[in-house]
Write a protein that binds this ligand. Structure first.
Ligand code: DG2
Length: 248
C-alpha cells in the first residue's frame, strides 16, 4: 500500500518578480506564474497523476495556481480544502521589504538567518503596518493564533496537526492529494516527510510551479527520499534562482 502526495509551490508571484519579502501579504501571480501553473497541470496529466482532493492556503497566489493547474488537468471539480495552516510563513517586519536592500543593510549572515534558519524569526510586524493581517477579516477566526512573525519551526508547529488530522486522513482513504502552498510552508512539510535536520533544512529551496511527487509507504515514509520533480531540469534552475534571491 502506497500513498501519493503531490506538492506544488505557487507559480511566480508579482512580488517574487520584484524580489520583495511576501509572507502573508496577498499578492497575485504574474504572467510567468500563470504559465508555470498551467504547465504544472499539464505535467500532472502527462504523468497520469490526477488529484482527487486539493489543499491550499488562504492566499490567492496558491489558490489561483491550483485553479489553473487543475483546469489544465480537467480536474477543476475536485473537493477543495483551504486552511491558514498552509499559508506562507509570516515574514514579520520583513513583509514588503526588498530582499536585495535587506541583504545590503543587514549583511549576509543576518539575512540568511532570517530567511533560512530553523528557529530565528524576523522582528514582529506592527498591527498598524500596511502589510499587517491583524485587521484582515479572512483571519478573524484565528484570534490569538494570528502570527505577527514566524520562523520555520513555528510553521511546522502550526502545520503538523493539520497534516495529521486532515491531509493524512485523505491519503489513508487512497486519495491522490495535491497540496498547493508556498516556499516555506512546503519546506516545513518536506522537512517532516524526509526527516531533515534543523541545520540541513537551511539548504533546501522549493522551485515555483513544478509538481513534486512523493510516494509514501504505509508509515508515510518517502519511498524516494526528497520526492520526484516532474520537470527535474526546470526544478534545478528554479531552485538556484530561489537560493540566489537578494544576491543579484
Ligand atoms: C516567499 C519565500 O514566499 O521567500 O514570502 O517572500 O513562496 O509565498 O513566494 P512564497 C516570500 P524566501 O523565504 O525564499 O525568501
Amino acid at each position: 500500500m502506497t500513498y501519493t502526495l503531490i506538492l506544488l509551490r505557487h507559480g511566480h508571484s508579482e512580488w517574487n518578480a520584484k524580489n520583495l519579502f511576501t509572507g502573508w501579504v496577498d499578492v497575485d501571480l504574474n504572467d510567468q506564474g500563470r504559465g508555470e501553473a498551467v504547465r504544472g497541470g499539464e505535467l500532472l496529466v502527462e504523468n497520469k497523476l490526477l488529484p482527487d482532493v486539493l489543499y491550499t492556503s488562504r492566499l490567492k497566489r496558491a489558490i489561483n495556481t491550483a485553479n489553473l493547474a487543475l483546469e489544465a488537468a480537467d480536474r477543476g471539480w475536485i473537493d477543495v480544502k483551504r486552511d491558514w495552516r498552509l499559508n506562507e510563513r509570516h515574514y514579520g517586519a520583513l513583509q514588503g521589504k526588498d530582499k536585495a536592500q535587506t541583504l545590503a543593510e543587514y549583511g549576509e549572515e543576518q539575512f540568511m538567518q532570517w530567511r533560512r534558519s530553523y528557529d530565528t524569526p524576523p522582528p514582529p510586524l506592527s498591527d498598524d503596518s500596511e502589510f499587517s493581517q491583524a485587521h484582515d477579516p479572512r483571519y478573524a477566526d484565528l484570534g490569538d493564533a494570528l502570527p505577527r512573525t514566524e520562523c520555520l519551526k513555528d510553521v511546522l508547529v502550526r502545520l503538523l496537526p493539520y497534516w495529521e488530522s486532515d491531509i493524512k486522513e485523505d491519503l489513508k482513504a487512497s486519495k491522490t492529494v495535491l497540496v498547493t502552498a508556498h516556499g516555506n510552508s512546503l519546506r516545513a512539510l518536506v522537512k517532516h516527510l524526509d526527516g531533515i535536520s534543523d541545520d540541513a533544512i537551511a539548504a533546501l529551496n522549493i522551485p515555483t510551479g513544478i509538481p513534486l511527487v512523493y510516494e509514501l509507504d504505509e508509515n508515510f515514509v518517502p519511498i524516494t527520499p526528497g520526492g520526484t520533480y516532474l520537470d527535474a531540469e526546470a526544478a534545478a534552475a528554479s531552485i538556484q534562482a530561489v537560493a540566489n534571491q537578494g544576491k543579484n
